[in-house]
Design a protein around this ligand. Structure first.
Ligand code: 0X9
Ligand code: ZN
Length: 428
């Protein structure tokens, strides 16, 4: 097989275990009150009413409701608007404390055993996620390689792992997953890592269905595709969503990586042209360093594997949704719609059997909102994936914590979705 852009085994320096936890966020959300606002289908009016208030909008793009965290200084001004709003959390700062401290990862890579499952009891510093990935590779050395999809704006490698079964490297269709596209969606990092952990540990244990799955596909997994943003949420602002690229002459930083893909870019209502908006699409299609890396890597994955990309999932939170294309054209339907829906509903049904979480499946535009320049549409249309999905993990809503999921909810979330994926990967 010819050498492909970004797909070779990449020498990644060992990152030593962190012994000092990073400093806490410097943006305080103490006293921020979280509301769910019914917009009565007139989101534009509500957005214009709240324009000058200090708040974080958790649901940019929704039509029927907005989840807003309002700063303590502006709560009375917000209440005075008389909106149809319910308080779902009194203090976002307290919620953030429920995530616990970032727990250092003390394992060294001397042992070829898999890391312990206690990894999934806590959230961790970014560097430790790189170490965790390396440790999984070292536990499965002949069937895996560390890969880098390129670099972020601040120059960090967009790190991932590629692994395969008995058919050797590149011999089977690809399963391709992205986590932490949106920096504040921390549960996605943990979920993607749990899935890959279960796949590798099941293969090593000889668990029959897991071995069959790993033998049937080549897995390409990037747990953190927006490393700069993720680090920013750990050091400075827990609620950061975008990448960290400043734009000349603009006072705001960051582009929404999930609005910057060079397909259906700049669709009215699907993204923002304002650099201050949470859904800023960039100045031209694919103009972020992250996107240049991800497009090249995605195209290379599609070309490298016998059978192309079988399944792509872009893991997000929150909302309990399994999303199909299209987000960039609300009149279009994917060609294999019935098949995709059957599999998405089947996955949701299996997830529900574990703990009762009810996921809704459907096209992005139908169950959420228009979202242009998103990964799923690119990977389906341009990279030719058979199944290309977005996934909104726990909690179900802002009342469950929104992007801030308590540490004791990590394990239930990752376990139910492992069962869903185990079914999907055996069935699709
Ligand atoms: O708005 C988004 O990008 C996603 N929701 S989130 O709350 N996690 O930000 C949904 C977008 C659907 N996915 C794609 N169009 N790829
Ligand atoms: Zn997201």
């Amino acid at each position: 097989m010819k050498l492909l852009v970004g797909l070779g085994a990449v020498a990644v320096p060992l990152v030593s275990a962190r012994i000092v936890a990073p400093r806490g966020p410097s943006v305080s959300y103490d006293g921020y009150r979280v509301y769910r606002v019914d917009t009565h289908a007139d989101v534009a009016t509500v957005e214009s009413q709240i324009r000058n208030l200090r708040l974080v909008n958790f649901s940019p793009g929704t039509i029927d409701h907005l989840d807003l965290a309002v700063s303590p200084e502006d709560i009375s001004a917000f209440d005075a608007l008389g909106l149809d709003a319910a308080v779902v959390h009194e203090d976002l700062g307290k919620d953030i404390l429920s995530e616990g401290p970032l727990r250092p990862y003390l394992r060294t890579t001397e042992s070829a055993d898999l890391p312990g499952l206690e990894w999934f009891d806590n959230y961790h510093p970014y560097e430790d996620h790189l170490q965790f990935l390396e440790d999984l590779h070292l536990a499965f050395p002949d069937n895996s390689e560390l890969v880098t999809a390129g670099a972020s704006y601040e120059g960090r490698p967009i790190q991932g792992i590629h692994f395969w079964g008995e058919n050797g490297k590149g011999g089977r269709p690809a399963v391709y997953w992205h986590g932490t596209v949106h920096a504040r969606e921390w549960i996605t990092t943990m979920t993607v890592e749990y899935l890959l952990y279960q796949l590798i540990s099941g293969y090593l244990d000889g668990t029959e269905d897991v071995k069959a799955i790993v033998d049937a596909y080549d897995f390409y997994i990037l747990p953190v595709v927006n490393p700069d943003g993720f680090i920013h949420t750990q050091t400075t602002d827990r609620m950061w969503r975008k990448n960290r690229q400043p734009r000349d002459a603009e006072r705001c930083t960051g582009t929404d990586v999930n609005r910057n893909w060079p397909h259906f870019w700049n669709v009215t209502g699907g993204a923002s042209d304002s650099p201050c908006a949470e859904t800023f699409r960039g100045l031209s299609p694919g103009d972020t360093p992250e996107m240049q890396s991800l497009v090249a890597f995605t195209d290379a994955v599609a070309a490298a594997n016998e059978g192309g990309i079988k399944l792509y999932i872009d893991w997000h939170s929150y909302g309990h949704l399994i999303l199909l294309s299209y987000g960039g054209d609300c009149d279009a339907r994917v060609e294999n719609y019935e098949r995709q829906m059957e599999l998405a509903r089947g996955t949701a049904a299996v997830v529900e059997t574990v703990d009762g979480s009810k996921y809704t499946a459907g096209p992005v535009c139908d169950v959420l909102y228009a979202a242009s320049g998103g990964s799923m549409d690119y990977v389906y249309d341009v990279a030719g994936a058979e199944l290309s999905w977005g996934y909104e993990l726990s909690p179900a809503d802002a009342a469950g914590g929104g992007f801030v999921l308590p540490a004791d909810q990590i394990l239930p979330t990752v376990v139910e979705n492992w069962e869903g994926m185990r079914w999907l990967l055996s069935t699709m």
